[in-house]
Design a protein around this ligand. Sequence first.
Ligand SMILES: NC(=O)CC[C@H](N)C(=O)O
Length: 312
Amino acid sequence: MAELSNQYLEEVVKACRPYSSGGSVVDYIPGLDQSHSTDLGVTIVTMDGEVYGAGEKTNAFPLQSVSKIITLMLALEDFGKETVFQKVDMEPTDDAFNAIRNLEEDEKQLPHNPMINSGAIAVASLIKGNDVEEKFGRLLDFVYKITCNDQIEMDEEVYQAEQKNGARNRALAYFMESLGIISTDELEDALDLYFRLNSIKTNSLDLAKIGCFLANHGKSIEDDSYVIDPSHVRTVKAIMLTSGMYNESGTYAVEVGFPAKSGVAGTIVGTVPGKMGIGIYGPAINKKGNSVAGGRVLRTLSRELCLNLFHG
Ligand SMILES: NC(=O)CC[C@H](N)C(=O)O
């Protein structure tokens, strides 16, 4: 078994970086373009508070779909499992993350799960608050508590790009309105909230802390007090394992063997219960929306540090 250290992580980054040639960087996010295609950064925060990092670990990027786990946690805390899973199902899917097909064609006309766009917009419609500012403020507060970093903020330029390129997400929201999943009153706030959440600016250390918080069963990494009910954290980790890497989640469950969630900026949060959180930034993504080199890092760490939950 390898020993975790900064030097070890540098070797992992060096070995995995060439895999980024198998993906490409999305072209609509301000600050991210092909010149970043070989970027690869990793931070690990262990349960005893040790921090290890390598590569472009301090680069900033928007949270994108990693925010889906934040929204889900707060909605579960606000309403409980029963209410949340009336708006969204908890099943994995072979559809793409922004698919609309199942909402029309499947017998159960619900988003498959909260890790895809339709599901996350439906969950965002639940977040409590008098207006979108208050709702977003609550979510940002929650991110501060999880990461112990109150400097995190929304990237205004990314937010504008999300709105400008939001046709598909608007279509999903309006389709869900037609099905009665989202009410007319909730719709604009839910979409606005979704765009803002995608635009929260973070780095791989913030991601690793989110992973560590989940690994710590919902306890603050600072003082060990519960920030949310541990039963909700169990639900979120189960859904990350089955759906967090979209229609590659089965492969990740087999080859990595712990819960993870990706975002279209090429980020991944990994959580190894009782052990550590892993934050990865590697903007070259494959067609399914997952970081190619980042996925390679997860596989390597799982194998070499014996992190697969289903081994032994
Ligand atoms: N996969 C993702 O990270 C999706 C987020 C992206 N902004 C979208 O809504 O399409």
